[in-house]
Design a protein around this ligand. Structure first.
Ligand SMILES: Nc1nc2c(ncn2[C@@H]2O[C@H](COP(=O)(O)OP(=O)(O)O)[C@@H](O)[C@H]2O)c(=O)[nH]1
Ligand SMILES: [Mg+2]
Length: 162
């Protein structure tokens, strides 16, 4: 069997300071792109072009990007309620138009320097409602991100039928 590498575009969104650059090797700032080479959990590997947008400032550009991207990764800070609400409002606003339906990963990041503001049930109810996968990360536990991104890469492949 030949080894395949499939290319995808993914929109990375979240409030400024939610932890996007901490979790992904992105050049700091907004509207920057980085490539991630990910070994998927299915028989092909992926080359993901991840483009970063700050919410709510870059909402319009981010929304336009979701229409041409294959997936969305949304990040919020579990210690900041507004960070969750901003991401939730955005993901609801693109739910009907994004081609990425089914390939949405929501990440709740906890840097561990303030008390938690958003809890499991609220997050899970929302993730289930939009059909997203949910992952929680912290500065002490970023390891789960590698595994989840492999699964996300597999979902991109499965969703596009490649
Ligand atoms: N020590 C530590 N710093 C963090 C963590 N998450 C974010 N930061 C820092 O918080 C700031 C904002 O995070 P950043 O990833 O740049 O947010 P972005 O605006 O969403 O890209 C940066 O200085 C990060 O290095 C964490 O888990 N631990
Ligand atoms: Mg950043």
């Amino acid at each position: 069997m030949t080894h395949r590498i499939l290319k995808f575009n993914v929109t990375l969104v979240g409030e400024k300071k939610s932890g996007k650059s901490f979790l992904f090797p992105i050049i700091d700032g907004t509207n920057t792109s980085t490539r991630l080479e990910i070994i998927s959990d299915v028989e092909a590997d992926t080359d993901i072009l991840l483009t970063d947008f700050h919410l709510p400032i870059e909402q319009k550009a981010a929304k336009a990007h979701t229409m041409v991207s294959d997936g969305i990764v949304g990040v919020f800070d579990v210690t900041a309620e507004v960070s969750f609400e901003t991401l939730r409002d955005f993901l609801l606003s693109v739910e009907s138009t994004n081609q990425a339906k089914g390939t949405v990963l929501v990440i709740g990041h906890d840097r561990g320097n303030s008390p938690r503001a958003i809890f499991g049930d609220t997050i899970n109810d929302f993730a289930n409602r939009i059909g997203a996968t949910y992952l929680e990360t912290s500065s002490k536990f970023v390891k789960g991100l590698d595994i989840m991104m492999r699964r996300f890469a597999g979902n991109l492949i499965r969703n596009t039928g490649m």
